[in-house]
Design a protein around this ligand. Structure first.
Ligand code: DGL
Length: 286
């Protein structure tokens, strides 16, 4: 996934904070567990930060929902979190939500917001046979943003797509330790495997798919390159944090929010505890 360029707009909403921390707080948001792979990478590089991870399990999955529904939820989450915490940086670790809401969010909030989008440009520079496969959600693939990118490269490269909500669910199942079947993943990507010329570079254009990398690598021919997200994100985060906080250390606890408490959310929260999220709460949306 690639980083959408960051910009700041003046006259944005200012909010009164209940918990005003002098420490940097990074908010990471996804519909489910997809953003965890992104969190893990970021946390390795920036361990002394407070992390708030929100998984909108009441709105899950985003991939097949109406655009207005997703925008409303993301705005609602941002409103609730930013009214309680001083967010230093927000990362939308969800391609579907980024494509739909990033520009609108940046017009409303003063803190920097990074969004992940499918790493098409990275894959174009890597492909050897000129065929790139984009694996993402329905909303991502039919977005104007992706259609425009496909058109832009169409005279030199072939970008073919598969949208799958099934893979999103398989990824969630894998995370909570349920048995997943390679045949099911194979079935989703079969249309590409039957082609005369198979894409040699695959963009994992949904953060959920990053956790299925090993399974996908087993199914595709050995030399297939799987591209998850653009590591420039780490460089950007560094720039933002160094500029604003000069490597501030934090002792606050990392918090995970869900939007609906059920047995799966509790299972996820227990797994997230091992990843450093010691507090688990429900985020009430208005
Ligand atoms: N993880 C999200 C993405 O990157 C989508 C999953 C969903 O459909 O909710 O697009």
């Amino acid at each position: 996934m690639e980083l959408v360029d960051m910009y700041f707009i003046q006259d944005k909403i200012s909010t009164k904070k209940i918990y005003n921390s002098s420490k940097p707080i990074i908010l990471i948001l996804d519909s489910g567990i997809g953003g965890i792979s992104i969190y893990t990478e970021i946390q390795k590089k920036f361990p002394n930060i407070n992390y708030i991870y929100v998984f909108d399990n009441a709105g899950f999955p985003y991939g097949n929902k109406h655009e207005i529904f997703i925008i409303k939820r993301i705005f609602n989450i941002f409103k609730q979190i930013s009214s309680k915490y001083s967010i230093s940086l927000a990362i939308i670790a969800c391609n579907t939500a980024s494509i739909i809401s990033l520009i609108k969010l940046r017009k409303h909030y003063i803190f920097p917001i990074i969004g992940l989008v499918p790493a098409i440009e990275c894959s174009i520079s890597r492909t050897r046979n000129g065929i790139v496969g984009l694996l993402a959600t329905c909303n991502t693939i039919r977005s104007a943003y992706i259609r425009q990118l496909i058109l832009q490269y169409s005279n030199k490269y072939k970008i073919i797509t598969i949208s799958s909500n099934r893979l999103v669910n398989i990824s969630e199942s894998k995370f909570i330790g349920k048995k997943i079947f390679l045949e099911e993943i194979h079935y989703v990507i079969k249309p590409w495997l039957n082609l005369l010329e198979i894409p040699d570079t695959i963009v994992l254009g949904c953060t959920h798919f990053i956790s299925l990398r090993d399974e996908l690598q087993q199914i595709f021919p050995k030399n297939t390159c799987l591209i998850d997200f653009n590591k420039d994100i780490l460089y950007r985060i560094n720039q933002i944090l160094n500029y604003k906080f000069h490597r501030a250390k934090s002792s606050e606890e990392n918090i995970v929010f869900c939007t609906c408490i059920n047995s799966k959310a509790i299972q996820i929260s227990l797994l997230l505890k091992r990843l450093g999220f010691t507090v688990f709460k429900k985020l009430v949306l208005t």
